[in-house]
Design a binder for this molecule. Structure first.
Ligand SMILES: *Cc1c(COP(=O)(O)O)cnc(C)c1O
Length: 230
């Protein structure tokens, strides 16, 4: 039996006081209940993050309409449709194919949607995220400029899951460097390309010191996830 030390509201308040005012705090609510999200909402939280399309759609329908829903996980092209009526920002676009599908589904609903491109900088092997080379290739092929219903607002990344803070800092610095270069090269004079989404419960303070302006925090707000819940 663990005793709940602090309420969701307490933890949110502690976190907010540690974040610069210009930082967006995305409360990662995946695997947490409608009631827990409502509790965070009642404490003033408006940005929430989910990583399953059905779950985001279900929760968006059940919860207040002014919530800003962030899709933070790997998005399959056949799931884009499901989240399009609700999503505020798609964090992890990692292919030209997905970018096109997001554009198409946004156009169908007569909306535009903001997205981030996911950079893979961690040392772990994963098929998700663009390598720095693939990232530059995607942008160099200027076809993305023709996609008028999708708006590339910045980058998203995850650091290696490690206790080595020097390594985490180095990876976040690389993201920052690529962001700056990309801004200067492909988004010159366009300050809507301004979002840098990195930092989670265990590494958000390092992320903030290395240029993040969106942190995605779950465990430090809601406690551990029960993966049987969905
Ligand atoms: C689950 C998740 C988070 C939040 O992780 P915590 O360690 O619980 O803060 C952040 N980003 C992504 C992409 C996630 O999948």
């Amino acid at each position: 039996m663990t005793v709940k030390q602090n309420s969701i509201a307490d933890r949110l308040q502690t976190l907010r006081s540690a974040l610069p005012e210009s930082t967006t705090l995305v409360a990662v609510s995946k695997y947490h209940s409608i009631e827990e999200i409502q509790e965070a909402y009642d404490a003033g939280q408006r940005h929430f993050g989910e990583n399953h399309a059905q779950e985001l759609a279900r929760k968006a329908q059940a919860l207040p309409a002014d919530i800003k829903w962030h899709f933070i996980g790997h998005l399959q092209t056949n799931k884009v449709k499901l989240i399009m009526p609700y999503v505020h920002l798609i964090h992890a676009v990692d292919s030209w194919h997905l970018l096109q599908e997001v554009n198409k589904q946004a156009a169908r609903l007569d909306r535009t949607v903001d997205v981030l491109l996911q950079l893979h900088v961690a040392e772990e092997e994963t098929k998700f995220g663009l390598s720095p080379t693939a990232f530059t290739e995607l942008l160099t092929n200027e076809a993305w400029r023709e996609l008028t219903s999708v708006h590339i607002r910045g980058v998203m990344a995850m650091a290696t899951h490690t206790d080595n803070e020097t390594q985490i800092a180095r990876e976040f610095d690389e993201v920052r460097r690529i962001f700056d270069e990309t801004h200067a090269t492909f988004f010159k004079g366009n300050d809507t390309f301004c979002l840098r989404s990195y930092g989670m419960s265990d590494d958000y303070s390092i992320a903030l010191q290395h240029g993040s302006n969106i942190v995605r925090i779950g465990t430090a707000i809601f406690g551990p996830r029960d993966y049987k819940n969905k």
